[in-house]
Every structure is written in C-alpha cells, then in structure tokens.
Write a new protein. Structure first.
Length: 402
C-alpha cells in the first residue's frame, strides 16, 4: 500500500490517515469514551456507510449513553464523512494484521461491533471474539460464486462462524448460509431502503436547480463515469432542445468534465458557475462539480440514468427509485445488484447496451408521460415494500444488549 501510495492519491490518503493512528488512540480514546459502552460500526466506503447509517442513528437513539465509533477502510468514505455528527469518534480501520487488531480491540473494548455488507476481517473478528464483544454483520448479501461456498473456502467459512448474528438481504443468502451450516443468520432485508426513504422525506430544496430546469423535461445522470458519458453524450446531443440534463460525475476531475463539455452541443453550466449574472434557464446541461448533492437532485428529474454499469459496477439506483421516476443504466455489470434485477423484471428500469438503445428508451419516456408514470410508480412502490430492515435489526440488537 505504501508503494501504491506513491502513484495513487486515494491510496496515499489512506496510508497517511493510518500513520500514528493507534498511538493517538492509545493516548486519548478511553478518555473520550469516559467509561461508556462502545458500539463500533465499520464501513468499507461511502456507499456502505450510507447503507449502515439508518442503523447507526437508530442505535444512537435507542442507546443514547453508548459511545459510537465509526471506522472506514477507504478514503472515499472517510474523507467525505469524517465530520459526521452521528458518531463520537471517526477514523480509518488500521490494516488487518494480528498485532494491529489486538492493539485496536484492546484500546476500544467494544461491547458490540457491526460490520456493514461485505466486511470480513479475520484478525479483527478473532480479537473481538476473544474480547467477548458481540459481533454483527448486517445488510449482508451472498452469491453462489463467492469463496465461502467453494471447496477451497474453509478459511473464509471459519470467519462466518465468528459472527454472533448475520442479517442478510435476501432469501438466496439465507439459503446459501444454511447450506454450509451457518444457522446464526436472519433474513432482514436491505437497510438502504430505509436510508433512501428517509432521504426523500428530508430532501434539500435547490432553487438554483429549479431555475435551471425551467419546467422542462429533465434527465438526472447519477454517478457518471467516462464509459457512461461516451454513451450519453451522443444521446443528449440527439435530444437537445427537448430534454435538459443534470450530470453528477462519480468523481470530480476537471479535465474529464472539460472534455465532456466539449462533446456536448448545447450550453453547459457547472454548478459552481451559477450566479446572479448567469441565466441558467438558457443552458441545456448542468454539471455538478461537487460531492454530496446527488440524492437531492433526483427530485428534479423526470427520468434517471445511473452510472457505473459499463465499468466497475452499477451505482445506487434506490436513491432515484424513491422519487418515483423511471431508471435506465448500462447492461454490463448490474446483475449482482438485486434491486436492478428486480426493477428490470417489474419494468421500472431498463438496461441498455449502447446509445441506440438508450435513445429508444428516452424517446419513449419523452413522448409518453403515462409510460414515465407507470415505471416511476413501480419504483416508488418497490421502495415502500423494502423499508423496515433497521427496525428488525435493532429489535434483535436490543435482545443482545439485554
């Protein structure tokens, strides 16, 4: 990681953020905790944090005297949420070595530890077990192709035995675990449904976006990558004049955004350029050059394109679905996301292969408000059906806590 940090800014942040961390915690953590029971929540990155956030906040409400520790593996989570007020102490997770885990658990002395979705760290699990901590995994999802279910997966299956409770998202995960003898698991659903439902209820008003939209049909592009924009730019040019677009990149790279602006035929405005001297109504495209606004932008869309599926994997489609708008995305890497599979089957979402297919889908939605509304209602109802995971998890946690 230290070698990689020489060439990668994100890795460099993660290495720097861990340097001296355990020394700092040894000198001050217990003084901050001040004898309170410690509840440790760990998230890999920002997406997992948002998934776990409803449980963190519900736990804090139910156990207000407990001390909340939040750790991240990735800078993508830590750098964005290091000032999150729902936790009492936020830091990186030290590297998963035996000595680090032993030292960390000795410092923290967690009464209960929560790992969100895919987080399985052997040395930490072993030390938590020795410490007598309750160990919980939630919003966890398993697939048949994972190492746990292969002949050579004995070591990884051993990790699952160290958890006291595993709250899984779907029936397939439950069946897979039962098939390898793991019985301490409960079907609880996905806490992201609770999170996006809460977001929709407390959405931020953005009058500058209302002004840009100017009552025109609008496509919101969420978490766009270069591979997505190669498909989208010709589509947006095709519908110029009949469709406005708000584009939120997955990561903010000025050179990449400048390239996208050059490829778009109409007038493009950066969010940072909005001022009293700029008539945003005359612009065709609004590019969001900051992080953190996306969940509030979907309320202004008549349809959404979610990025990532032409690259490393589809991003969160539930945030768009909760606002009752139809959704589309690339057809390459969405299959491991159950919500994408479900919404395609229910006809609330469409996976497209290329710009021609995307033009056909968008054209239908532009021409027919009835089609848009039908697909949007499917998505909104899907979210409503999925809420309740947080409540179930907390009810079981209350039993653990006595």
């Amino acid at each position: 990681m230290r070698i990689a940090a020489l060439f990668n800014h994100k890795v460099k942040l993660g290495v720097a953020g861990r340097d001296g961390l355990l020394d700092e915690m040894e000198s001050g953590f217990q003084k901050l905790a001040n004898g309170r029971s410690v509840a440790w929540f760990h998230a890999a990155s920002l997406g997992e944090f948002e998934q776990g956030r409803p449980v963190i906040e519900a736990y804090k409400t139910q156990f207000p005297d407990h001390f909340i520790l939040l750790t991240f593996f990735s800078p993508s989570g830590y750098e964005v949420r290091k000032n999150y007020t729902g936790a009492d102490y936020i830091c990186y997770l030290p590297w998963d070595t035996a000595s680090n885990a032993r030292r960390f658990v000795k410092i923290v002395q967690p009464k209960i530890a929560f790992f969100i979705k895919y987080e399985f760290w052997y040395n930490y699990l072993v030390e938590l077990k020795k410490n007598g901590s309750h160990i919980v995994s939630f919003s966890t999802i398993f697939r048949p192709d994972q190492i746990f279910f292969k002949k050579r997966g004995g070591f990884f299956r051993k990790m699952l035995s160290l958890f006291d409770h595993i709250f899984v998202q779907n029936q397939q995960s439950l069946t897979l675990l039962h098939g390898i003898g793991v019985q301490h698991c409960i079907l609880a659903g996905d806490t992201r449904f609770d999170r996006v439902s809460a977001i929709a209820l407390h959405v931020k008003d953005l009058p500058e976006v209302v002004n840009f939209r100017d009552n025109k049909l609008c496509l919101v592009v969420g978490s766009a990558w270069e591979a997505d924009m190669q498909v989208l730019i010709p589509v947006l040019n095709h519908f110029r004049g009949s469709l406005k677009a708000i584009v939120a990149p997955h990561e903010i790279h000025k050179e990449e955004i400048a390239k996208w602006r050059q490829g778009l035929d109409g007038k493009t405005l950066l969010y940072s350029e909005i001022s009293d001297n700029v008539n945003s109504r005359e612009c065709d495209y609004l590019v969001i050059d900051n992080i953190g606004m996306l969940s509030s932008l979907y309320q202004y869309g008549d349809m959404a394109y979610i990025g990532g599926s032409f690259g490393s994997g589809l991003h969160n489609i539930l945030e768009a679905a909760t606002f009752g708008i139809p959704i589309t995305f690339g057809n390459k890497r969405y299959h491991k996301f159950q919500e994408a599979v479900d919404l395609i089957e229910r006809k609330g979402a469409v996976a497209v292969m290329d710009k021609a297919e995307l033009i056909a889908v968008v054209d239908q939605w532009i021409k027919s408000s009835e089609l848009r509304n039908e697909a949007g209602n499917v998505n909104k109802n899907y979210i409503a059906e999925g809420v309740g995971s947080t409540e179930l998890i907390l009810s079981e946690v209350a039993k653990i806590q006595g």
